[in-house]
Design a binder for this molecule. Structure first.
Ligand code: ADP
Length: 445
């Protein structure tokens, strides 16, 4: 259908150095009964206008959208004899527009809801979808590799979706880099939103609105054993219990630090809920791109999830030089140093002292050591940043953390360790989509 209306306001696109993230908002139709989702009612936070995460059941070919598709304009009733009256005429034009708008939206929703994968690398994450009562619809999340942008644009064009998208809210460095490609190939205008402002808008929205969004990791067991009054030392291996962190106090105290671990890393201090109450205070070049880039060089893994699985089985101690490798295990010497013997003194340092550095080392050990090196460096800067700005909350976000429990647990553990339990490392379920979500939200204002 050539509806010739702009449905671009339902999107937020975040084009990053490695991944592009797309949020689309599925407006409830006037006939929709989507607010009766059992998830919505069972998980609703009391006194909250906007509930719910997780969310509405996904629509799929087997489970089509509950609302009837709106009619195409060609099915509208013939104009009444009084249609020449100016007011009537405007109303009838508006209604025509509304109908074609709804038809265009439904056309897109049908396409997007019926697939969970798109093109070469596009993946929808149905478990992240959620409903928003106050905004009257639900959010859905898709990502794809930025290097496949030309085919993503072709996919939109080939499926006839481009004719109804004229402007699209967009953020991330690629909002600038790919803007001309979108315009020339499909005549879609990128409406640019500032990257950090989008990120913070997305974070503030999920923190204030969604139940079950925020979590951390804690030790499996309490540090004090029942048989002894002295605190038992918690080892890092035990720091693996996922705990929800949804209390109101946690979500309304400022400042807090955001550590966005994408291709590179940004450290942002958020001072309040307002749109410009934040500052990007520093950054690090050692981020998710470093990890993935080095792993592509040093392992045979073809995908990011393969390399994470490999790293889970590896032993970084074969590669990293530990404090005890330098000092030995003499307890007196370690006590004077005030550092535990099994802490890393130099990432990859052990390889520098071997005749043949690759002797006895597998790809899995390298993958693990690169993961720990990247994560430790981020943890340390995050801790120092939190100290500098006197805050007890650090939110770690970005797709580096996607399905990456090893890093999340290490971040929780090290922040707790270095801060003596006074600072907490926190994580968000929508970790990779906050910029895209924010770009959508800022576009509505
Ligand atoms: P950016 O906006 O800079 O692309 P993201 O927050 O999307 O940042 O994170 C990108 C990082 O996420 C990559 O550098 C990599 O470490 C990790 N990652 C997670 N999933 C994938 C994937 N499927 N392909 C490539 N990298 C991935």
């Amino acid at each position: 259908t050539k509806n010739n209306v702009d449905i671009g306001s339902i999107f937020g696109l975040d084009v990053g150095g490695t991944l592009s993230k797309l949020v689309y908002f599925e407006k409830s139709s006037p006939h929709s009964n989507s607010h009766t989702s059992p998830f919505l009612d069972s998980r609703r936070r009391q006194n909250s206008d906007i509930p719910t995460f997780p969310t509405s059941p996904q629509t799929s070919p087997k489970n089509p959208p509950s609302e009837p598709r709106s009619k195409d304009t060609s099915n509208l009733p013939p104009p009444s004899p009084t249609h020449n009256h100016p007011l009537k005429r405007i109303n009838s034009l508006n209604s025509l527009h509304r109908h074609s708008h709804r038809a265009a939206l439904d056309e897109f929703y049908k396409f997007a809801n019926e697939h969970n994968t798109f093109g070469q690398s596009g993946i929808k994450e149905p478990h992240l979808s959620f409903q928003s009562r106050s905004l009257g619809g639900s959010f859905h999340f898709i990502h794809f590799e930025t290097r496949h942008m030309p085919s993503a644009i072709d996919l939109i064009s080939e499926n006839g979706l481009a004719q109804n998208i004229k402007n699209m809210g967009c953020t991330g460095g690629g909002a600038h880099k790919y803007s001309e490609m979108w315009r020339s190939r499909v005549n879609i205008n990128m409406i640019k939103q500032a990257e950090m402002a989008s990120l913070v808008a997305g974070i503030e929205f999920v923190l204030k609105s969604l139940v079950g969004e925020c979590f951390t990791f804690k030790p499996q067991r309490s540090p004090v054993t029942s048989s002894s009054s002295s605190p038992r030392k918690i080892t890092e291996e035990e720091w693996s219990r996922k705990v929800q962190r949804d209390s109101i106090r946690d979500r309304t105290t400022y400042p807090y630090i955001v550590v966005s671990i994408g291709t590179g890393v940004s450290f942002i201090r958020v001072d309040g809920p307002g749109p410009s109450q934040f500052e990007r205070v520093t950054g690090s070049t050692i981020g998710g791109g470093t990890y993935w880039g080095l792993c592509r060089l040093l392992t045979d893994c073809e995908t990011f999830s393969d390399v994470l699985q490999l790293a889970e089985m590896g032993d970084s101690g074969k590669v990293d030089m530990l404090v005890k490798d330098i000092y030995g295990t003499n307890p007196e010497a370690l006590r004077k140093l005030k550092l535990p013997g099994n802490i890393v003194a130099s990432s990859f340092g052990k390889l520098a002292t071997k005749n043949n550095p690759s002797d006895g080392i597998d790809q899995k050990d390298l993958a693990r050591a690169i993961l720990m090196m990247t994560t430790n460096n981020i943890a340390h800067i995050a801790y120092l940043t939190a100290r500098l700005y006197k805050t007890s909350r650090i939110y770690f976000i970005g797709n580096f953390l996607r399905h990456n429990n090893v890093s999340c647990q290490r971040l929780s553990y090290s922040i707790n360790y270095w801060s003596n339990g006074t600072v907490e490392g926190l994580f968000l379920e929508h970790e990779g989509y906050l910029g895209a979500l924010g770009a959508f939200l800022l576009g509505q204002e």
